[in-house]
Write a protein that binds this ligand. Sequence first.
Ligand code: DP6
Length: 361
Amino acid sequence: MIEKNFIFNLNTKDTGASGSVTWQSPSNIALIKYWGKTDPQIPKNVSISFTLSNCNTQTTVKYRPKSSISEDFDFKIFFDQKENQSFRRKIEQFFERVVPYIPFIRNYEFEIHTGNSFPHSSGIASSASGMSALALCLMSIQKSMDPHLSEIDFNQKASFLARLGSGSAARSIEGPLVVWGQHHSIFKSSNLYGTKYSGEIHDVFTSFQDTILLVDKGEKKVSSTLGHKLMLGHPFAESRFEQAKDNMNRLIAILKNGELDSFIDIIEREALSLHAMMMTSDPYFILMKPNTLEIINRIWNFRELSGCHICFTLDAGANVHVLYPDKDKKAVRDFIDKELVQFCQNGQFIHDNVGNGAKLL
Ligand code: DP6
């Protein structure tokens, strides 16, 4: 697939319908991290993530034809039932990027209602679930004009549009594992959209658990978007992109054989490499907090003592994702309650698990 294949040529006789559509779209946690991109939202390396389940965004888009023709995007955005101005610029930028592929959005006025299942400003990135939910709603509107669109094409284009909103959103359409970015060993992998991982997946990974420890809920000092930019010209960039490619190769075998010690090694290495890139960029920055390191050390200690296959990963922030197989759920959750909750801001954490993707409600 190339970009121009995603252009939907509107047949004027099909415009004019009003309606409403609602999608619930999950967050995801990257195992191999996307860090570094070129325009327009093209990743510098392959990434793969577990799709989550409990952390999600629900978005309703109400649409009706504009009463008078104009080139402007006409929309209102409500977050948790209240009109929200701070999201306007993001949505406008998103519309500007996607309009070549869904030109009909200029002919409609929209009311967008959105909300997250996780607490507001929890530090959990909502851009993946938020942008994918919105992209899916827009695809449902396309589908109402183009009923023959297949499920495969629908999902592929939803991911393509979501990527233009936020790179990681490309991985929030399907589950349980989604790859985004070209990789020579992964059939049909693409820089333009995420694809459900089609290699063999050991059972242990289809019920994997992720407890998200909310270490710091404040606004991040450096946004992901700026962090990605700092990879251009970064002294270690090329080796980092190579490392991600090699880690993907290793992970393909592990996803098949279910070998958890090697899984842990890759997952933690990826998280620390991501943060090492931040610490060595120009300007350099640190997003981990003292409690992030406390938690990591406690996890290492507990792993050694208990033999549980627990590990951590991080995204671009201080929060810690604690990953563990379902078989270790009881022991790990007891450990979290006893030893890790004290390091969470206001004792907050979220139990989540691998999920199967977005749902039309
Ligand atoms: C560290 O998708 O938030 O979570 O494309 O600029 O919106 P933009 O960035 P974003 O970056 C996510 C980075 C990450 C790693 C990952 O999810 O792969």
